[in-house]
Write a protein that binds this ligand. Structure first.
Ligand code: RRO
Length: 313
């Protein structure tokens, strides 16, 4: 029996549900080419700011026993680099292109989305409301009024379906509030849950020293240790979003099993962060095969057969 891993996001078909989480393997064109040559179903570029940025001092990423910590500080080539990439991208290729934008202020996001709209390209925008690592810049995702204002401003400019990258939330009231804001924006087509769990601290027992240099060692947590937070956020938004709005799951996927759980919680696509960084783009072939094997064993033929169908007690 063959199974179908294809999905659609914002009305665009992906040959399979897997792609990179923005920030991993996607800052420069050579990395994006490797994603294109992998078995991913799509690809997304590193969050772009208006101007290029070097980001925070190194070491700024470290794998941990059960995941990772990072405080990259938004290193990127500046939005024009990704706009040029999007202009020359071959959209006949089966993989749709997602572009992540992360302006340091609303005015920057307005200017960047305007440039993408003017270029009239078939790429899909994911606006990052949740970078936890720029010193002195609290993330928009935890400022309900700021997020509502940004969405009310950006959505009419973008016009087409687009998405936002959300931080993890830890309170039911916050799920309700954010979902209400999202549901009020017609062309918001998807939310990507979750960005890294912000401002964790890893300390080496032997050397009694923090793991990364920026912000006295504070950084976003990713990988296996955030799986359950990610699943909760995926499911919370899948339950609350209306009118066909979708959830892209990200967080803690190290094999087909966690990808299966993300879809069961309600994810329409699944992004890979830490595991892609550690294993490289060949991870996509493995995770696809593992999810296919799970689906065969359980008798599911397509993602629709079990998406969002987690049982409660
Ligand atoms: O570049 C980063 O430090 C970073 C970003 Br923009 C983000 O959205 N999430 C993350 O874990 N790191």
């Amino acid at each position: 029996m063959s199974v179908d891993l294809s999905t659609s996001i914002a009305g665009v078909k992906l040959p399979n549900l897997f792609f990179n989480a923005s920030g991993v393997w996607c800052q420069q064109e050579a990395e994006l080419t490797e994603l294109l040559n992998s078995e991913s179903g799509s690809l997304i570029t590193k969050s772009a700011t208006f101007e290029p940025r070097e980001g925070n001092p190194s070491p700024r990423y470290l794998p941990l026993e059960h995941g990772s910590i990072n405080s990259m500080g938004l290193p990127n080539e500046g939005y024009e680099y990704y706009l040029e990439y999007a202009k020359k991208y071959d959209y006949n290729n089966a993989k749709p292109l997602f572009i992540s934008l992360s302006g340091l202020k609303l005015e920057d996001n307005i200017q960047m989305v305007t440039k993408f709209v003017e270029a009239d390209l078939p790429c899909i925008l994911e606006v990052n409301f949740s970078c936890p690592n720029v010193p002195g810049k609290p993330q928009l995702g935890y400022d309900m009024e700021g997020m509502a204002k940004a969405l009310r401003t950006l959505a009419p400019i973008i016009k087409k379906p687009f998405g936002i990258k959300l931080p993890p939330y830890f309170d039911i009231v916050h799920f309700d509030q954010v979902a209400e804001i999202c549901n009020s924006v017609d062309n918001l087509a998807f939310v990507t849950c979750v960005n890294s769990v912000g401002n964790g601290l890893a300390i080496d027992f032997e050397t009694e020293t923090v793991a990364i240099k920026p912000k006295d060692g504070f950084g976003g947590l990713g990988g296996q240790m955030i799986l359950n937070t990610a699943l909760a956020n995926v499911n919370a938004f899948a339950r609350r979003l209306k009118n066909g709005k979708q959830v892209i799951g990200v967080g803690g996927v190290t094999s087909g099993k966690e990808a299966f759980l993300h879809v069961l919680a309600g994810a329409s696509a699944v992004q890979i962060g830490t595991q892609l960084k550690e294993e490289g783009p060949q991870f996509f072939a493995r995770v696809k095969k593992e999810l296919e094997d799970i689906m065969v064993a359980k008798g599911y033929k397509s993602l629709d057969d079990f998406r969002g169908k987690v049982k409660t007690l």
